[in-house]
Design a binder for this molecule. Sequence first.
Ligand code: NAD
Length: 480
Amino acid sequence: MEKLANYINGQPTAPQSGKYLDNYNPAEGKVYSLIPDSDANDVAMAYTAAENAFATWANLPSAQRAQILSKIADLIDRDLEKLALAESIDNGKPVSLARVMDIPRASANMRFYATAAMHFASESHLTEGEAINYTLRTPIGVVGCISPWNLPLYLFTWKIAPALAVGCTVVAKPSELTPMTAFLFSQLCIEAGLPKGVLNIVHGLGPKVGQAIVEHPKITAISFTGGTVTGKTIAATAAPMFKKLSLELGGKNPNLVFADCDFEKAISTSIRSSFSNQGEICLCGSRILVERGIYEKFVNEFVAKTKQLKVGDPQDNTTNLGALVSEAHMKKVLSYIELAKQEGGKILVGGSQAKVFGRCENGYFVEPTVIVGLNHTCRTNQEEIFGPVVTIIPFDDENEGVMMANSTPYGLAATIWTENLSRAHRVAQQVKSGIIWINCWLLRDLRTPFGGMKQSGVGREGGWEAMKFFTEAKNVCVKI
Ligand code: NAD
């Protein structure tokens, strides 16, 4: 069985403990590779490599850093099919999705920040008649990047690319549930000539490897994407050391549909924003709030379209929903469907584990599920489920819709469907989410600030925000 390796000091490296963890193919429900069960010793080794590499990498002209990062992007493009298949096998998502979303976005992340490295500039402030201030931005040092399983290579590169672009060196940890593409990525880094120690990838469990990265006294900043509960642990661990933190956490995103929307577009995009990647995207709109005038029509049409979705073998190009990432996650999602029933919800479609025959008969599939009849305050409508499960809730007017949209502890993303221009802008201002889409969903410009309010996170990624996060600003005041 294939054994994955850590990537430390430019080399594939076995864990010092010699121990490995099972890595599952969730569509088949069976182990297909082994990943290093690393610990604090491996993190310490990765840190030393990153520290030794720091001065040279930070002082390299940005154009040279850009060249290497662009080369990695080119290699991702070259290996598109191989990486898409690997992502699909590791995560359970349809290969057709990985081919058009995950892997192209991973190379776009690398290329975007490669070019950004050459455009990054800092401010100057003239104090009239007295002084000129200029801001120096220098890479903060060795940083930790910890990423989740839902968009494995996509979110892994989204963190490490800006860190590397500004001249930081990195100790990174992909999710233990989906380590494969980060492992393949390490091979591409070697091929691209990334100097040793600049990027180090340590595989293993969150409470062991992730915690060791956060606890390491000399890792100066942590960029984390994952669940809100983990985010709290990280914040509590990092706070006494005054580490810089960027936390991208969970969501319970409202999809607000007004009666004056373009109905067909609202329906077809809402199907995507509900069930893409089996609903395992932090930006999915899991609470569909519909103005009462079109509620019944919307529910009927949405349910009809949901019934057309095919749950199946992720390697079949006609599959819409693949497997959930793990048995534990599947059970969690199914438990929320049970909770919804206990809370009085009515399941209009789905509601059970999906059976896929043949190769995938032991896989972790869940039917796309639509639930109505629940109050916006119940647990089903307040807690993140992170699966192919949505609720539809009617509202009477704009104020009520906004109130419901803002009624959870989360504030990551929101979608607004209306053809009324004033309403679109008004509601966008009132909804407490870091990302608002009007008449679209998941339309991303990598320059824009990305992140959540309330318990959906701290800080922003994207564009200059991420570059600033990984640098330390220093003001120099010159008397004139
Ligand atoms: P998770 O919090 O369980 O794990 C995320 C990463 O943190 C993994 O690599 C894990 O090993 C590691 N980890 C776990 N415990 C740790 C600890 N104590 N210290 C350091 N690292 C630790 O999240 P997940 O289940 O992998 O991902 C799903 C969650 O991620 C959902 O809540 C989803 O909303 C969120 N998410 C958010 C965004 C965003 O941009 N806001 C994007 C994708 C996913």
